[in-house]
Design a protein around this ligand. Structure first.
Ligand code: ATP
Ligand code: MG
Length: 404
């Protein structure tokens, strides 16, 4: 019995998709396989080979069957990181009849007694197969009685049990488990195009990238530095941050451009208080060009309404006006504390707060304009050869492959 470890994966929003459900489910299975690959994926159908893991769809759920030699905690960790996964449970299975479910339930609980010293339990049953002749509350009662007889030390506690034994009765098989480990939900990667995220070393942009990837968007990243004003170590930090994002969003390319030649032109030719907004417009233009070349459909930034001078409503309008590609700002209405919490949750925070310089802080004006007017900004830009500067920047890009 149960030669392999079995895991049930529940899909959140994917399950709500109508006609497109099989497409999303297939994409989700592929993504789970990919995340489990480092642990050893076996040939589909050939279970039981050492390190073998099989991922399949059945009865509206996704199942992972893994050889016992593979660490179950690692399977849970890698799977719960896959976007589209609502939750995962390690389960044992039994044929769908009460006589056979009983002993499996007793075995399961005996193990809990041995490993965790539990004293109380409650059975919660769900009958996905509505043709099954016994209703859910009765299934729970019958299995509960069998557990009480089989595990003499246990008592029922319906309010605050040490273990909740879930019995999920389906047409072919019944699954028993005691824990649901939450995933992030969202949609499987690759089901929603590709975007170019402008990645700084700060707290916000990795969270913005993560949020778009969570909705199924593949990513490429764009990073600007001002070497030698910014150090190679600062860039190293951004690559490491991108690596953390990539552990969710998959390996991605990072496009790196030195913005210093453009910043120098701006400082020499334009009003000081406009430096920040002018630099930002160049960033957007360069990112858009590189995005187009790489079939990215949108730009993504970590901008947030009112956070700094360049993110007032007026500044955002002026920033947007220089590109035609949609600019996604998933953090736009979030409070900084909530963004920081999210960064903690996804594991980027500690890296983000490492103190390295950023190109935005080079040539920072004392009093940046907070209400730029497009006409005025365009007038300042007319003193620069915008097209040539953008072209040179795009041509100078360096590309790095970022792995999770
Ligand atoms: P973050 O917003 O990521 O915490 P930050 O606060 O230093 O970093 P802001 O000045 O708020 O950055 O910039 C707003 C957004 O502009 C960033 O979220 C990011 O998308 C983009 N950006 C800023 N600096 C860079 C950079 N050096 N390279 C690429 N994109 C950048
Ligand atoms: Mg910011």
């Amino acid at each position: 019995m149960n030669e392999q470890n079995i895991f049930i994966v529940r899909c959140g929003e994917v399950a709500l998709k109508g006609m497109n459900k099989p497409y999303f489910e297939k994409a989700l299975v592929e993504r789970i396989r990919k995340n489990l690959q480092p642990l050893g994926i076996g040939e589909p159908g050939k279970w039981g080979n050492p390190g073998g893991i099989n991922v399949s769809r059945h009865e509206g759920l996704i199942f992972i069957h893994a050889d016992k030699s593979v660490d179950p905690d690692q399977i849970i960790r890698n799977t719960s990181k896959v976007f589209g996964v609502a939750s995962i449970s390690q389960a044992v299975e039994a044929p769908s009849n009460l006589d056979e479910i009983g002993p499996v339930a007793v075995d399961f609980m005996m193990k809990q007694i041995k490993e965790r010293g539990i004293k109380t339990f409650k059975v919660e049953a769900k009958r996905a197969d509505k043709n099954f002749p016994v209703k859910s509350p009765d299934i729970a009662r019958i299995i509960g009685a069998k557990v009480l007889i089989g595990c003499k030390v246990l008592k029922v506690d319906v309010h605050n049990p040490d273990v909740r034994l879930f019995v999920d009765l389906r047409k072919d098989r019944t699954y028993l488990y005691d824990q649901k480990i939450s995933g992030f939900g969202g949609l499987p990667l690759g089901t929603n195009g590709k975007g170019m995220v402008l990645l700084s070393g700060g707290i916000d942009s990795p969270v913005a990238a993560w949020m778009m990837a969570k909705r199924g968007m593949m990513l490429e990243a764009m990073h600007f530095h001002s070497y030698p004003y910014t150090s190679p170590r600062a860039q190293q930090k951004v690559e490491e941050l991108a690596g953390i994002v990539a552990s969710y969003s998959g390996s991605m390319r990072m496009h790196i451009v030195n913005l210093l030649p453009i910043q120098e032109q701006i400082v020499m030719n334009c009003p000081e208080e406009e430096t920040t907004i002018l630099v930002r417009r160049f960033m957007m233009r360069i990112a858009e060009e590189i995005a187009k070349k790489n079939k990215c459909m949108m730009l993504i930034t970590g901008e947030n309404l009112g956070q700094v001078a360049s993110q007032t409503a007026e500044a955002l309008v002026v920033t947007d006006a220089c590109v035609s590609m949609p600019v996604m700002r998933p953090l736009i209405a979030m409070d900084k504390v909530d963004i920081m919490d999210k960064a903690q949750e996804i594991g980027t925070y500690e890296k983000s707060i490492e103190p390295y310089e950023d190109c935005c802080t080079v040539f920072l004006p004392k009093h940046p304009t907070t209400k730029p007017r497009l006409q005025q900004i365009e007038a300042s830009e007319s003193r620069l050869d915008v097209e040539a500067l953008v072209k040179a920047a795009v041509e100078s890009e360096e590309i790095k492959e970022i792995r999770a």
